[in-house]
Ligand binder design. Structure first.
Ligand code: SF4
Length: 183
């Protein structure tokens, strides 16, 4: 044990160095998402994450959004524990046969207006699990998906970009509805 500790003091970590942080780009992106959410909803954006059968790779990246580096909450975005408090359902993985009903019930428990975001290659069409007897398919096979964020898994920055695209689309749809409404 002592030899191991001594060795670890002499040698550096064997992992690759972390990529350089682009704090400015992250701050700008997060601020845009937060501002747009307040503009769109008049308050913060609440996200409920649902693992419908993923390998947990996507979850690791989603969890990273709440760590001290990304710290999503400083931009006014937060993950909530109940679908009843959520604006967005962020769904990962292929939808497994066993999780289908739970996902449908979560959808029904989420108040409208609500958005469904399918995360990762598996969320799109089942990814590497497509065709398995245990899977129904991608999230779109069960719920009406508003946005798909690609990647295996998508990085936290890609997730933030996806949320920005979702809010921008929602803004465009709202403007179009207002324009079509008679005065
Ligand atoms: S997209 Fe990749 S990381 Fe995400 S659940 Fe599927 S296999 Fe795992």
């Amino acid at each position: 044990m002592r030899r191991m500790l001594f060795k670890s003091l002499l040698h550096g970590p064997l992992t690759e160095p972390a990529p350089a942080a682009d704090e400015a780009a992250l701050a700008e992106l997060g601020k845009r998402v937060g501002d747009l959410a307040r503009q769109r909803l008049g308050r913060t954006l609440s996200i409920r994450e649902v693992d419908a059968g993923s390998c947990n790779g996507c979850e690791l990246e989603i969890h990273a959004l709440s760590n001290v580096f990304y710290d999503l909450e400083r931009f006014g975005l937060r993950f909530v524990a109940s679908p009843r408090h959520a604006d967005v359902l962020m769904v990962t993985g292929p939808v497994t046969v066993n999780m289908r009903e739970a996902l449908e019930r979560t959808y029904r428990a989420t108040p409208g207006p609500k958005w469904i975001v399918a995360v990762g290659a598996c969320g799109r069409d089942g990814g590497v699990f497509a065709g398995s007897y245990a899977c129904v398919g991608g999230v779109g096979a069960v719920l009406p998906v508003d946005l798909h964020i690609p990647g295996c898994p998508p990085s936290p920055i890609a997730l933030l970009k996806g949320l920005l695209a979702l809010l921008q689309t929602a803004e465009t749809l709202r403007d179009a509805t207002r324009a079509a409404r008679p005065c």
